[in-house]
Design a protein around this ligand. Structure first.
Ligand SMILES: [Zn+2]
Length: 257
């Protein structure tokens, strides 16, 4: 059984962020069976609506994507853990959204994708206020990895917040993720996107920081989940217990399942 901590579920053309979607026959309906066939029993993450219109109301667009996520939750039930967007230009709205989502039982902020939504600094004061609110409601904060120094500042200033960074990246970025795990015991890394294809990367991370810090993620539908599952399940440097922890147990523990 696998929990995919990093996905972007979709309802239509505008929310399916796969670049090759016209060739994949993916729908909101067949997502469940397609992933279940790979052993995935739960997906987590935010809905991303494209194109993002920089001239239209930013918050309204994010709220709209968040509402689509809640609609998908109705459809998928236990299969889906909602993730939602916040934005440092909209601190009050973001904190209100955290409160609204918390009442609905939602546990994940993000994946946040600032590069798509017109912001860029995780270490800014406004985002810090949003982090404090998310921490207050015990939410996990899933975020797209960006500038390493800004991420260092964010993590060192918010040691109570539970962060799940997305994408190990290449060597230097991965080593910075490991260093950040030393700054806060509440810092985790999901394996989606760049990085896991480098052999020994995950083995090194587990040896240095412990297996509990790594969560399986694929970034479906923009990445091929089969490749990421293989990257963990077929990695001969990992023990069966370690695979189980990364593929399921660590996410289950953080999500309090
Ligand atoms: Zn990302």
């Amino acid at each position: 059984m696998i929990i995919d901590f990093h996905t972007h579920p979709f309802v239509d053309e505008n929310t399916n962020i796969c670049s090759h979607k016209n060739y994949c026959n993916m729908t909101a309906d067949n997502t469940f069976n397609n992933l279940k066939a790979l052993g995935v029993v739960k997906i987590c993450g935010s809905v991303i609506k494209l194109p993002f219109d920089k001239n239209a109301d930013t918050w309204q667009q994010l709220k709209n994507a968040n509402d689509i996520a809640l609609g998908l939750k109705e459809k998928y039930g236990d299969f889906y853990q909602v993730g939602f967007h916040v934005h440092p230009d909209y601190v009050k709205e973001s904190i209100d959204e955290i409160e609204r989502m918390s009442k609905l039982g939602v546990k994940i902020v993000g994946e946040l994708v600032p590069y798509l939504h017109g912001w860029s600094d995780y270490s800014c004061k406004a985002f810090g206020e949003i982090i404090e609110a998310a921490a207050h409601y015990n939410m996990l904060i899933s975020f797209h990895s960006m500038d390493n120094d800004q991420m260092d500042k964010m993590v060192s200033e918010h040691k109570d917040a539970i962060f799940v960074a997305a994408h190990p990246g290449e060597y230097e970025d991965f080593m910075r993720h490991l260093a950040r795990m030393k700054m806060s015991e509440n810092y985790y890394l999901d394996l989606s996107g760049y990085g896991i294809f480098r052999h020994g990367m995950l083995r090194r991370g587990i040896d240095k920081m412990g297996v509990e810090r790594f969560l399986f993620g694929s970034d479906y539908p923009t990445c091929n989940p089969a490749m990421y599952i293989g990257g963990v399940a077929e990695d001969f440097t990992l023990t069966a217990e370690e695979k189980q922890a990364v593929l399921y147990d660590n996410a289950a523990r953080l999500l309090k399942l």
